[in-house]
Write a protein that binds this ligand. Structure first.
Ligand code: F6R
Length: 691
């Protein structure tokens, strides 16, 4: 989804070419999130000028447009603020006009980039139109730029600060957002804010920072800028209200140790992958933080008066990702790299948590909540897409080990149903990004109802990891390919580990836990065995499946989730219709699809349901179906009679971790054969931050 990047230099001389290149590189690191157009804004030749460049299509097309401008690329700045954006269209087609940055007027007095959706934009737009504003785009964002100008013009004589102006604007907005604001009225200043969409700020200095936190500056009046409540039209009367009353603190962090302002660069971004090559020192903004950067200092204000619960500082943390992790290296695509990383990523998920000798699991992030979770009346797993499948894949082992009734819900449906949630429920939110809008809304819904909320995410600092009571980071490393692969296997393992730890007080399940932990120990080797079949899978994709229009995947029990996840992978990146079918349901409908022409993959690895899947095989072959069978190595009857993909056998509840690998590879090769941009499939985004 939309990506935001901002770059500010202070007392560090940079020319325009450097600034533009930095912005464009920042955008290219965000490309994986999915987008359809891109744009940026930098200072013009005079203080009252802002240059905006926008282009439909790839960041490379924007770069081309910028490179052909007749501007002075050598112009140098001691202090400068630039911002950039990749857009994933929600309101209005992908077009140059609809791309961000958006502006308040023809003179670009206020420009901004936005990630998220403003749900009350129509009301704001109608009102501004009545005030004489005309709009040039179909977006929800443009009304925010125009609203900023409207409020600024109304306050003109009061020396309003940029921070207070943005506060006034944000107070009028409903929906989710991360914004960066820039203005010719406030040269070399940037204000950034967020609510529901991620935004972090990287800090780069040559000298050490004095402290590693930033004080939050709370207003000392009931409302930080004393603005009256909304008037009936939806806007406050900007002529009323007193002067801003802020607790101005020294921004201690940004002095050098000798107490002097120091050369400094700031990088703002929707995610860490755009920042890590510049600096590892980052600060995550909280919802309703208003960050103001000027004169080399970062100040964090709150939109409203402190409710007593917000922490008084934001810590400057150290990113733990390496640049190499977000580069493709020798692989053709990120997806391929990430599939191949699984022998290591599964180990990273278990590292320091599973003791293979004592057969013990310790998840530090759940400490303090284990006994509450064990007493839960029910566990509700809530997620979207692939993350939902990881919950489905592990529900049975949860129920078996914990004996707590468990349900798995798609976040959007969970919200649509307004599912009853009680204080003695435990709700588990699984999300690779930790920023999926539907999952976040479901989490907030459950928090409001007093349930214990557990987060399982791959993104440290994400909304889900910050707002849940406790949780597990899956530590799979950054996943850039839109199709989730290593995050799926790591989420699956994190959930299995959670089930094991929750049941450690149950003697009756000791043997079962030991069997699973032994299986986890062998897992990296098993994954490698499957990856070694890469060439065969490529051949199968090429010779048998690539010309097909449709592909059915069937299995039951633990393998139902594998079928659903495999079908999702195939459809999302190869655009081939694919459906996961619970084999027990065949005769209740899907069997009608079967004939000698319908491609079928049947998962028949050995577990207690094997005889039942055999009967599904018979139902398919009796209709002249010719299934490809995923079976265990050594299952000679199947290997003799059918086209097979052979995988090593493990504990039933872990078999899905191994069975999904050939399906990931098949989907990858089907996409490559179809000449599809594997890492950027059409219409999809990596991080789905809108409803
Ligand atoms: C598919 C895929 C998506 C995501 C879904 C939820 O390959 O990646 O289905 O799983 O959009 O995203 P997260 O896990 O970030 O909440």
């Amino acid at each position: 989804m939309c990506g935001i990047f901002g770059y500010l230099n202070f007392l560090v001389e940079r020319d325009r070419r450097f600034v533009l290149d930095t912005l464009i590189k920042g955008l290219s690191r965000l490309e994986y999130r999915g987008y359809d157009s891109a744009g940026l804004a930098v200072d013009g030749d005079t203080e009252d000028q802002t240059f905006i460049f926008k282009q439909v299509g790839k960041v490379a097309a924007l770069k081309k447009l910028v490179d052909t401008q007749e501007i002075d690329f050598e112009k140098s700045y001691i202090s400068h603020c630039g911002m950039a954006h990749t857009r994933w269209a929600t309101h209005g087609q992908p077009s140059q006009l609809n791309s961000h940055p958006h502006r308040s007027d023809n003179h670009n007095e206020f420009t901004l980039v936005h990630n998220g959706i403003i749900t009350n934009y129509k009301e704001i737009k109608t009102l501004l139109e009545k005030k004489g504003f005309s709009f040039e785009t179909e977006t929800d964002t443009e009304c925010v730029a125009k609203l900023t100008k409207y409020l600024y013009d109304s306050q003109k004589n009061s020396d309003i600060t940029f921070t207070d102006l943005v506060k006034m604007v944000v107070k009028e907005l409903e929906g989710s957002f991360a914004f960066i604001f820039k203005s010719t009225h406030f040269p070399n200043e940037i204000v950034a804010t967020r609510r529901g969409s991620p935004l972090l700020i990287g800090v780069k200095t040559a000298k050490k920072l004095k402290v590693d936190f930033v004080d939050v500056e709370f207003g000392n009046a009931p409302d930080a800028i004393n603005i009256p409540d909304k008037d009936p039209t939806g806007f406050m009367d900007p002529t009323e209200g007193g002067r801003p009353q802020m607790n101005r603190s020294l921004s201690r962090a940004f002095m050098s140790e000798d107490g002097m302002p120091q050369p400094i660069e700031f990088f703002l971004a929707s995610d860490a992958s755009a920042i890590v090559e510049h600096t590892k020192r980052v600060l995550y903004l909280e919802d309703d933080d208003i960050a103001h950067i000027a004169d080399g200092e970062l100040h964090i204000h709150r939109l409203r008066r402190d409710d007593g619960n917000s922490p008084a500082t934001r810590s400057i943390q150290t990113l733990e990702i390496e640049l190499a992790e977000i580069m493709k290296g020798s692989f053709d695509h990120f997806m391929q790299k990430e599939i191949y990383e699984q022998p290591e990523s599964v180990v990273n998920t278990m590292r320091g948590r599973v003791n293979f000798e004592t057969h013990k699991v310790t998840l530090g992030g759940l400490r303090g909540y284990l006994s509450i979770i064990r007493r839960a009346r029910r566990i509700v797993f809530i997620a979207c897409g692939t993350s939902f499948h990881s919950c489905l894949a592990t529900r049975a082992i949860f129920e078996e080990l914990t004996e707590i009734p468990s349900q798995v819900d798609l976040a959007s449906d969970f919200l649509d149903r307004r599912t009853p949630i009680f204080r003695d429920d435990v709700c588990v939110f699984v999300s690779q990004s930790g920023e999926t809008a539907d999952t976040i809304m479901a989490m907030r819904y459950c928090l409001e109802r007093g349930a214990v909320c557990v987060g399982i995410t791959n993104t440290v600092g994400s909304s889900i990891s910050r707002e849940t009571h406790c949780g597990v980071h899956i530590n799979a490393g950054p996943e850039i390919g839109v199709a989730s692969t290593k995050a799926y296997t790591s989420q699956y393992i994190a959930l299995v580990m959670m089930a094991i730890q929750l049941s450690e007080d149950r003697l009756s399940t000791t043997k079962r836990r030991e069997e699973i932990i032994d299986g986890l120990y062998r897992l990296p080797g098993h994954v490698k065995e499957v990856l070694a079949q890469d060439a065969n899978l490529q051949k199968l994709a090429e010779e048998t499946l690539s010309k097909e229009k449709s592909l059915l995947l069937m299995g039951r029990g633990y393998q139902n989730a594998t079928c659903l996840e495999g079908a999702l992978k195939i459809k999302e990146i190869s655009y081939m219709h694919s459906e996961g079918i619970l084999a027990g349901e065949l005769k209740h409908g899907p069997l009608a699809l079967i004939d000698e022409n319908m491609p079928v993959i049947l998962i028949m690895t050995k577990d207690s349901l094997y005889p039942k899947v055999q009967s599904a095989l018979q139902q398919v072959t009796a209709r002249k179906g010719q299934p490809i069978i995923i079976c265990n190595t050594g299952d000679d009857n199947l290997i003799r009679d059918y086209k097979t993909i052979q995988v090593p056998q493990t504990a039933d509840c872990l078999q899905g971790l191994i069975n999904i690998i050939p399906l990931q590879l098949l989907s990858y090769y089907l996409a490559v054969l179809g000449n599809i941009d594997v890492d950027f499939p059409r219409n999809l985004a990596k991080s789905v931050t809108v409803e």
